[in-house]
Design a protein around this ligand. Structure first.
Ligand code: PMP
Length: 300
């Protein structure tokens, strides 16, 4: 094992956090008590995977960050190139070879005020990174996850990647209480929208890949978009359409996608096994091939 390969012991450890232009030690990093991210969830974020010393799909993540900020009328606090430098330096200082880098931008801070004109500071920018052992992740993927469905109680602009994650947090806690590792949000008609922190997919008995359309009701996941590139390369059929829990339970395979879990097999939905109750073979193939199509920016 080389010196810069994180050991499992370093999993989840963050040493330095970028806050508004400076890299602070983790236990000393601070933001304003009246930051609007804290008081109003008036902030957006991105999570990129770090894979073998490379940031995965960085351009797509930064483009989505810019879109999210634009939808909320928050000015880009720095250019894309400067964001790239912050991501790179944060990953380097935290010695992350495999794991994630988290970037958050809030509207800024000022005396509490529903109107934006109380903001007295530039946008708050926070970036941190932590290691995740590949061995642990692959062991998790080999088992797959259970999913529990529940009504979607979030707002109407889930296409914006805001930090307003309380409904997702409550949903995931309630899924966990029933032994599931992800919640699937249902619309009023009983169609699956997406997961608490992932996009939802099934593979039909005739090998079509189905995922709900990217409306304002879901986040257009970057992993979802890159997986669609992979499906095209593999000549697989994609259907962007709603599906129900019943269809999922009768599907050949099911999985979720997110930057931190990649393509993660779903082995049961609401207690009913999918297929033979083990990760599906096509899902495993897509997981294994994902990094062949994803953009990778190698870190110095
Ligand atoms: N939907 C929601 C609600 C999410 O929180 C996430 C992950 N942040 C995703 C989908 C997956 O997005 P991505 O592939 O960009 O990580």
């Amino acid at each position: 094992m080389s010196n810069d390969t994180p050991t499992d012991k370093e999993d989840g450890v963050t040493r330095y956090v970028y806050v508004n232009g400076a890299y602070r030690r983790y236990d000393e990093a601070q933001i304003h008590a009246e930051d609007r991210g804290f008081q109003f969830a008036d902030a957006v974020y991105e999570v990129c995977e770090i894979h073998d010393h490379a940031i995965v799909d960085e351009d797509r993540h930064l483009a989505r960050l810019e879109r999210s900020l634009g939808e909320l009328g928050i000015a880009m606090p720095m250019r894309q190139k400067a964001f790239q430098a912050v991501l790179q330096e944060t990953v380097r200082r935290n010695r992350v070879a495999n794991g994630i880098v988290y970037l958050q931008v809030s509207r800024g801070a000022g005396p509490r005020n529903f109107y934006f004109d109380g903001v007295e500071t530039p946008p708050t920018v926070v970036c941190l990174a932590r290691s995740q052992s590949r061995r642990g992740m692959e062991a998790g993927a080999a088992k797959g996850i259970a999913v529990k469905s529940m009504p979607d109680m979030r707002w109407g602009r889930c296409d914006i990647k805001t930090v307003m994650l309380l409904p997702a947090s409550l949903a995931k806690e309630s899924a966990r209480a029933e032994g599931a590792q992800e919640a699937w949000f249902l619309d009023a008609e009983g169609n699956v929208r997406e997961g608490g922190s992932s996009n939802a997919w099934i593979i039909t008995p005739d090998d079509k890949l189905v995922t709900p359309p990217a409306t304002n009701a879901i986040l257009r996941g970057i992993t979802r978009t890159t997986l669609i590139d992979l499906l095209e390369r593999e000549g697989l059929t994609l259907e962007e359409r709603p599906f129900t829990i019943e269809e999922a339970q009768n599907a050949r395979e099911a999985f979720i996608t997110s930057a931190s879990n990649l393509v993660m097999p779903v082995v049961s939905v609401d207690g009913r096994p999918i297929g033979n109750g083990h990760p599906g073979s096509l899902t495993e193939r897509l997981r294994a091939a994902f990094h062949e199509v994803a953009q990778k920016r190698q870190l110095a």
